[in-house]
Design a protein around this ligand. Structure first.
Ligand SMILES: [Zn+2]
Length: 319
């Protein structure tokens, strides 16, 4: 930890040496160490209290296969807290003009509706690709992949409000990525997407002209609940929910023993059927294709049952 003074209110702050954007816990202003105050600091609004968020989690979990129908009566909240995670959001417009060559096939010597030879020749290609992309980058220290890769909603963002964060006694995570670096990353990502597109159409690129414009950028904190709960037994499950829109980022799945048994037997059933398919291939060569078909289908169904029934965590897709 290092010491630092807030350029706005002069308060003494202790921060991690790799923090790149600091938010003062007394006045709420954000700044780069030794740098200027940051004006484009936003946060998503907290629309779900902890109780509401837990209800949302319950409603989501009952729909997950293998979760008890009376989950609502056995689930029990253990503890939870809110964290503001930092993300950079950049809107980048990229324009790339290119000159290159592409191989084109020409078919020659058509004899009796068949070509006897194919000739390849290089053809000049030129074009222009324009794309506007919104790049969202997680900016904090390493956390669970569901939070790092979270495609945050960006509508409804408002200026960061320290009072709201304090009301929920939220922990505010600072960005480890300075603004300049985030900008470079966002442009590099946009460029990569455009180049991928161009490379699909042109085999060899000889010359490019490119320009990138950042049309909007923001430093956004997203309030996320981390929760622990039990489901009738002693086992503790974990989940995380977006406090702004109620989306479940991830949740451990409390499955009933009955479901696990049934899924186990179903998996075994498919694997036995796959073994029967394999036996047919070796013992009855005249039924080769039936054997292969049975083996492949039963194997796929067996693996699918295994994966779907025994995965540990679920995540809600976009709303
Ligand atoms: Zn301050």
């Amino acid at each position: 930890m290092t010491q630092l003074r807030c350029p706005n209110c002069d308060a003494n702050l202790s921060v991690h040496p790799s923090d790149a954007i600091i938010t003062c816990e007394y006045c709420g202003s954000s700044f780069e160490p030794g740098g200027e105050k940051m004006k484009r600091h936003y946060a998503m609004k907290v629309n779900f209290g902890q109780g509401e968020a837990f209800d949302t989690l319950k409603a989501y979990l009952v729909k997950v296969p293998g979760v008890s129908n009376d989950l609502a009566s056995i689930i029990s909240f253990k503890d939870g807290y809110m964290t503001y995670y930092p993300y950079w959001v950049y809107n980048v417009k990229g324009v790339v003009s290119y000159v290159g060559r592409d191989r084109k096939a020409t078919f020659r010597d058509k004899v009796k509706r068949r070509y006897s030879s194919i000739h390849w020749e290089w053809v000049d290609e030129a074009g222009r690709e324009e794309q506007t992309r919104q790049i969202r980058l997680y900016a904090g220290p390493q956390v669970r992949r569901e939070i790092q890769n979270y495609p945050i909603a960006t509508r409804g963002r408002r200026y960061f409000n320290l009072k709201e964060a304090q009301k929920y006694t939220a922990n505010i995570v600072f960005s480890r990525v300075p603004e300049e670096q985030a900008r470079r990353q966002a442009i590099a990502k946009t460029r990569q997407m455009i180049m991928n597109r161009i490379q699909k159409e042109t085999e060899q690129i000889d010359n490019i002209r490119e320009s990138f414009t950042v049309t909007d950028h923001a430093y956004v904190h997203v309030p996320i609940y981390s929760m622990k709960f039990t489901a009738g037994g002693g086992k503790v499950y974990e989940a995380a929910l977006d406090a702004s829109n109620g989306r479940v980022l991830y949740s451990d799945i409390p499955r009933t023993t009955g479901f696990k048994l049934k899924a186990g037997f179903t998996t075994i059933f498919w694997f036995i059927l796959a073994a029967v398919g394999a036996a047919i291939i070796f013992l009855f060569p005249s039924w080769l294709y039936a054997g292969i078909g049975l083996l492949v289908i039963a194997l796929i169904l067996g693996i699918m049952t295994l994966v779907l029934s025994f995965r540990q965590t679920a995540a809600e897709s976009a709303r």
